[in-house]
Write a protein that binds this ligand. Structure first.
Ligand code: ADP
Ligand code: ZN
Length: 508
């Protein structure tokens, strides 16, 4: 699955080349394969895991971009075992630290974590183990590294490497910004000789550059995998009755399967989960408004039981390693292609066929544009949000292969049509919409001249269809020259025209 192309793999470091031969005292890199087999029970490395491992074992910095499920963890876990000292893993996923540590402990790796969920006695035990060199890996939340006592503790032990997981969280304009990640640039100043490896599944060139700059990874080698997830079928449909549409998807194609349904608001998470349960589907809600113990309990059930559907806001899922998630459904338009790709990437980690399904409609676009207009932050920030939304809309409205468009967004070129997305499987009929666009735009133009009034897309469509609604009669819009000139299309088709114009930026 991970098939890096020449241009994208191991692009040479911008500064001096990484050390060719390991510094004296380092164990030979051949140990890495042994560790992979003996400890983790795998026969061979995947993709460029081996190159990354050898580079970090030898003391080099690395920036690793791999899709979700690509196998990032071993890229730092094996060097952690091969190099002397304790590997410090910075991760924002506090809720998952216990699971990660348990999984490592189960294969005989000595791991611990320090975060805000522990009581003082638990912390002291972990700290003592770290100082005694009795740990291979120590997981820390980024806020921990801002605390002086923690830094003092780290300084008294021996550090094998720093792994910065979910490194895109350092990107201020990205979709997951964590202010504490900005502090991580000091790791290099305090520990100039300790190798650092940053990992993420978010891979636009802009994010990558930002990670390298903000984390001062100027000499790091970049390892960039192909982001294709061939077993995921991408489908984007017009939203009509979203819950009913979702129910048919689950009943017809995914009966008894585990999956995630993303909604924008807490209220719609609750309603959707209730709706599914009322229709005989085992579903649980997850959002930031639930208390921590309910959230943790629902997450545990989702991970351990078979065939549960998690209805969630985007607060759910980062770092969730459940291999058999068979579908990810979005009932609302994601805010960015990055977010969409990361969320859909939680499907099918086991490589088996899975579905990424999104229902979106005009209302989504209007709502999100409004949210951007009223959002806090300066103009540059709002422009950035708008650009992300536009890219997402372009993906929704494309008549090309969705996968090709997605991969191009992440910088992969020359991708052939995939045969496993909705536009490949049922090519949308495309037609010359010039006349329709002209009719719609001139209606909007005429309405826009009534400056004290704002009208929605539905109203323009009613005018084109020549309907006598209350609003049309009240404003005398049946007198407009475009009244009734659009009866050749049905309402749903006109909505398609509006979405296309919005996606093209011809209508705002
Ligand atoms: P990521 O962090 O990139 O989302 P993980 O590190 O969690 O991915 O790995 C995804 C899955 O692939 C895990 O179940 C892991 O055990 C498995 N895996 C990783 N590397 C290998 C390998 N070389 N051989 C077999 N399985 C692997
Ligand atoms: Zn396709």
């Amino acid at each position: 699955m991970v098939s890096p192309t020449d241009e994208r793999t191991t692009s040479p470091p911008t500064g001096s080349p990484p050390t060719g031969s390991p510094p004296t005292g380092s164990p030979p890199a051949g140990d890495a394969l042994q560790v992979l087999r003996r400890v983790f029970g795998y026969d061979a490395f995947r993709g460029f895991q081996q190159e990354v491992v050898e580079h970090v074992v030898a003391g080099g910095d690395a920036l690793v971009l791999m899709p979700t499920g690509g196998g990032k963890s071993l890229c730092y876990q094996i060097p952690a075992l091969v190099r002397d000292g304790v590997a410090i893993v910075v991760s924002p996923l506090i809720a998952l630290m216990q699971d990660q540590v348990d999984a490592l402990t189960a294969v005989g790796v000595r791991a611990g974590f320090l975060n805000s969920t522990q009581d003082p006695a638990q912390r002291r035990r972990v700290e003592a183990a770290y100082l005694a060199g009795e740990l291979d890996l120590l997981y820390l939340a980024p806020e921990g590294l801002a605390v002086r006592s923690t830094l003092g503790l780290l300084e008294r032990g021996r550090i094998a490497l720093f792994a910065i997981d979910e490194a895109h969280c350092v990107s201020q304009w990205g979709h997951d910004f964590r202010p504490d990640y900005l502090n991580l640039s000091m790791l290099h100043e305090r520990w100039p000789d300790v190798p650092r490896i940053a990992l993420t599944a978010t891979a636009t060139r802009a994010t990558r550059t930002e990670i390298a700059t903000r984390l001062r990874l100027t000499e790091a080698r970049h390892y960039v995998a192909s982001f294709d997830r061939p077993n995921i079928q991408y489908r984007i449909v017009p939203k009509r009755e979203p819950r009913r549409q979702l129910l048919s998807l689950l009943r017809d194609e995914h009966p008894g399967d585990a999956g995630i349904v993303y909604c924008l608001s807490r209220a719609s998470v609750e309603k959707t989960a209730e709706f599914l349960v009322a229709n005989g589907i085992s579903a649980l809600p997850y959002h930031a408004g639930l208390d921590a113990s309910t959230r943790a309990a629902n997450q545990q059930r989702f991970l351990r039981e078979d065939g549960l559907v998690m209805v969630a806001t985007i607060a759910f899922g980062m770092g969730i390693d459940k291999p058999d998630v068979r579908f990810v459904a979005h009932l609302d338009l994601p805010k960015s292609v990055e977010g969409y790709y990361q969320e859909t990437g939680r499907a099918g980690r086991d490589g088996l066929p899975s579905t990424a399904w999104l229902a979106y409609g005009l209302q989504d676009v209007v709502q999100q544009r409004k949210m951007i207009e009223t959002s806090e932050g300066d103009l540059a920030h709002r422009r950035n949000l708008a650009a992300h939304l536009d890219a997402m809309l372009a993906l929704c409205e494309t008549v090309r292969c969705r996968r090709a468009q997605l991969l191009e967004y992440f910088g992969e070129t020359g991708v052939a049509d995939c045969g496993n997305c909705d536009t490949c499987l049922e090519p949308p009929e495309s037609w010359d919409g010039t006349v329709a666009a002209q009719k719609l735009l001139s209606t909007v133009y005429r309405l826009d001249r009534e400056r004290n009034q704002r009208f929605g897309a539905g109203h323009s469509i009613d005018i084109l269809l020549g309907k006598h609604t209350d609003k049309i009669d009240q404003h005398g819009h049946d007198a407009l020259s475009t009244f009734g000139i659009g009866t050749e299309l049905r309402e749903a088709e006109w909505r398609g025209v509006v979405r296309q114009l919005l996606a093209e930026g011809l209508l705002a």
